[in-house]
Design a protein around this ligand. Sequence first.
Ligand code: NAD
Length: 420
Amino acid sequence: MIAAATAQRNPYDIALQNFDTAADALELSQDIRAMIKYPERVLEVSVPVRMDIGEIRRFEGWRVQHSTTRGPAKGGIRYHPSVTVDEVKALATWMTWKCAVVNIPFGGGKGGVTCNPKELSLREIERLTRRYASAILPLIGPLQDIPAPDVYTNPQIMAWIMDTYSMNKGYTVPGVVTGKPISLGGSLGRNEATGRGVFYTLQSTCEHLRMTMKGAKVVVQGFGNAGSVAAHLLDTAQTYVIAASDSRGCVYNKNGLDIPKLMLHKESTGSLVDFPASEAISPRQLFSLECDILIPAALENAVDGDNASSVKARIVAEAANGPLTPEADTILESKGIFVIPDILCNAGGVVVSYFEWVQDEQHLFWEAQDVYNRLERVMKSSYNEVLRLYLERRVSMRTAANMLGVGRVAEATKLRGLYP
Ligand code: NAD
């Protein structure tokens, strides 16, 4: 069992620090900073759940709306034992800049419940979800705040949230959540959208660095929705995914892991451990493998001041939110490693969530290829905008992405005249 990548650094402090760097580069006034830097609303809820054995257990949860300046708040719901209010605030803050980077008409939100879904039965998860949904019901809605899946939440959980909300309203409201099952108004391509978006940003990066993707060696930390789909697409593009990990272990094969079989193994056994034709390695070894592309796709602070110097990748693609601390950023930059920052790299999920919301609102559904084509266009044009700032302003890719996102929110705020 690998210890969860818990926050040695408070992710909310990091989110504020990244904001300040971008705001300084944009020379934003203190008035605008005061308007856009902090969450608009933080709701803390108590979630009592009747467990299967009959007793009641109480869980803590939050829904944070960081910004609604450019549209409804948008962001996932996380079920994890290490969820804290500061983590949810950080994730909501990043969602604001992310939606602005890809220029979709949403602000940023996030939700979370401190729990370990691996220790709960399906029925307990359903009861927890319905109770949490009822508790945050005053804040959510298709025009207010639209949740989606995040770590350890999935389409089934979104279906329960949609049902709880709809029962309360008295009519069906598919647009209240995204990442729903297709039969309930979900979008084709949403499930693999985050990993697909990561893949598109890697294609753009290879082009920028004049590097061929074919034959590249790839390492993936976290083999859930984001990590496994990115690994699968990279495998299809003839790279070698030489190592992958989940919360229970890391597997390695210097000639490349068989990714379709690894996905089946994870599905049938619940973990990557004991995958045939692989050897077990430690998380520390995983991060220090010689490779072209490293994809942290688990939790915050995976690469920090402690292990960053051992990273030997050429590109780090942040499929996870906040996987690199500012100390890691500095070390990777000094080593000439190209970082694709989270608010750009993993934005594919929220882009297709936006497509799902549009389809729900119009009651008209698109074909998968249509979704992929539109996603590719959005990801690559956003990538080019960030790259242009990176080259022109000689800042890091992270600061360039934050400048684009923060700059758009600042402009919208000024135009709305949202001064008290
Ligand atoms: P998931 O629940 O589908 O998968 C999480 C994976 O991480 C699991 O395989 C789990 O075993 C693994 N993991 C947990 N702790 C680990 C550790 N210490 N070491 C190695 N692996 C570990 O979650 P997901 O949706 O894939 O989310 C992963 C990251 O991507 C998160 O940071 C999330 O915020 C981000 N993200 C997800 C989406 C999305 O649409 N799902 C969109 C944007 C960003």
